[in-house]
Design a protein around this ligand. Sequence first.
Ligand SMILES: [Zn+2]
Length: 821
Amino acid sequence: MFIRIWRPAMPSVPRLGSSSWWRLSLALFALLVGICAPLSAQNAPNSDPTYQALRNVALGSESVEVNDLYLRRDAATFHLRSGTICFAAAVQGKVTGALFVGDGSLALAVPPSEVDILKLLTKESEFNENFSQMVLRFTDSTYDEIKKTAKPGAGNCDAGTWKDSQRTTRDTLKNNLEIRILEDILANQPGGLFVAFVRGKRYSDKELFTIDPRQSGDQVQFVTYGETKAGLWASFRLSGEHQRGTVGIPVSIEHQQLDTTLEGNGNLTGKASTTFRCKLDGVRVVPFDLFPSLRVRGVTAEGQQLSFIQENKDRDAQFAVILPKTLMQGESFTLTTEYSGKEAVRNEGNGNFFPVSRENWFPNNPQAEFAEYVSYDMTFRIPKAMRIAATGALVSENGEGGQDVTVWKSETPQTIAGFNFGKFKVEEAKLTNPDFFVQSFANEEPPNWVQSLREAASGDILPGVAPRGPGLALGTMNTTLLNKKALAEGEFAVRIYNDYFGPSLFKHLQITQQTACNFGQSWPGLVWIPICYYFDTTVRHELGMDYGDRGYWKVVTPHEVAHQWWGHTVGFNSYRDQWMSEGFADMSASLYLMFTDKSHQQFLTFWNDERSLLLERNAEGFRAIDAGPLTLGYRTSNSRTGFDVTRRLIYPKGAYVLHMLRMMMFDGATGDQQFKEMMRDFVKTYSGSAATTENFKAMVEKHMTRDMDLDGTRTMDWFFNEYVYGTQLPSYQADFSFGAETDQGVLLNLKLTQSNVDGHFAMLVPIYLETADGNIVRLGRAKMAGNSSIEVHQPIPLKGLKAKPRRVFVNYNDDVLASPN
Ligand SMILES: [Zn+2]
């Protein structure tokens, strides 16, 4: 995830001096690379005259003097005490910008959920910024509002600040703001966009306040983008009057027909027919997410060429299409885009390819994330000696003149489409319970980077020179040997998850090796496993890849397979819910460890590792557990807390939340039955759609046990407030002694103390007994509230125990996320 301002940050051309230069360069380009059909002038990118006018807009001649002017925009109040405002020149009769110079301040009154993170960043209880310069861009009523109260002036504003704001969006944020303004100007109705570039004096001189109603998640954001001070300080939904039915994403994609040719040199050529439906009135410009170096050659609909926008790949290169007419809510439209380029797929040598572009190798919805379920028809053309794995079901495979042509169809609408190809060897297994087909693909040869390591290790690079030091004992790096292991792990994970969570949306899974070492990724019916997983542990050690990875290599396959359920069967719409995707996948991996390691040791080590990740201080001195609640997601990472905090928070703590629920629901007689019923119900209810944190909470409340009703409200508020929306971490101390043996057994005296929490903190704490022969037995659960102790004096029947037990303790299974003792 990354900070998202308006639209996904994508890399765009120095300002074009004149349109004739542009046309000339296109003509030259066509000659040089031999594009067959010359592009007509109307279909050249960025040629729309309104877009060009916006792109080149400068300050006009109109200015006003302001005195005590208040501009109120949702939670923000701009107080312009005195100064001059110069307006941008009008485009299509609309003024879309202004520059303020004078004495101003900005106050932010954020919703309660945003107060803590804002305080952390401002180090103050109130947000109050002062500034003497500010650039505004807008499609709302800002121009009229200012004009109403201000006196005409003869001001002269410094155009440098204005130009600076344009460079900021194009080169720093790489976000084409003109596309967004064009959306509203061509929509023929009032817009709601408001963007303020504030040169703050107190927090940062690079501040950005935005309101964009055409956003799926949070429409109001405050961001700083300085290199040493970058972060999303506040982000929340628009409130009240602004909402009136015009808030949300403009379109949702329903179907994609993708024809993709992948060449041996990594070149990708694609043709996408994209069908979308309008979710709002007044859609004329449709933005897409397309990898910047995939250059669009043309867009057509119903035989007509459409105008489109795509700036230089190194700048604000977002792709957007201008429709022939304005569409209204509910209307659907299909357009076809042709594009090609290198860099989206990288040839890594010896038949290894790395798909660099993951979610945008075709024109995708920039706001879909994992909440839009789309049907896909895909055709891939790859060099003959290669094999391809892709999302969906394989419909056909043919050889056509030097190419291998496969056709894939999504069996059910899916969150995303992807592929992996190379010189693969394939292992496969057919499962009957559940009915499932698993394949595992590993490259026959290692990629160049591994090859060169191996050569360096054996001294082949410099013949006659002995390897340095003791030499790398790289041994075998033949990844196909471990292909069977990956297959077996995939099979086993599918079986366990099917039992615990019910069926996923998919009936098959392709586990594929990818050449990147340090991450995996899951797709519908397809996972990428990092190549280093396929190396044996000694090799990983020699390569320095066993760095404090806390069992990552042990759970990478079960974690990625679990995303078939978490992320692809049940979608998660917003960064506020991403903790469920990653956390549930991690918790699923713990189930895998429980079943594959009978000694229980790996299971306990896994939870110890998860806790250490949460409690270790990072380079910035922060513990992830303190940085913010799970629902802040990637926003817990910023230049103050450190950019590794999110990874250290949402995976382990999200996992703990689900694990703690499992432990609370565990029953001596029925085991995990109640937990399984809840999880199966959750998957079934939200299969093929997105679930929120509150949806999950409601599901827990539906299946909670009587013991879990700690406060008598039949809700799980207490637990979610502590661990999901809060940052509490209790400590436990169990002091015990055994008394005399009587007819009723041995007397247990236990004092259990809960500390380091606030007065509202409540928990169900499991108490365990270790028997004389080393077995662990759960005695029961204690309800604890606040910083307090409870005492138990109770005989334990010796029947079955044979001898006096060794000890009594809590949290044997890491049942409660707490400080380690
Ligand atoms: Zn994951």
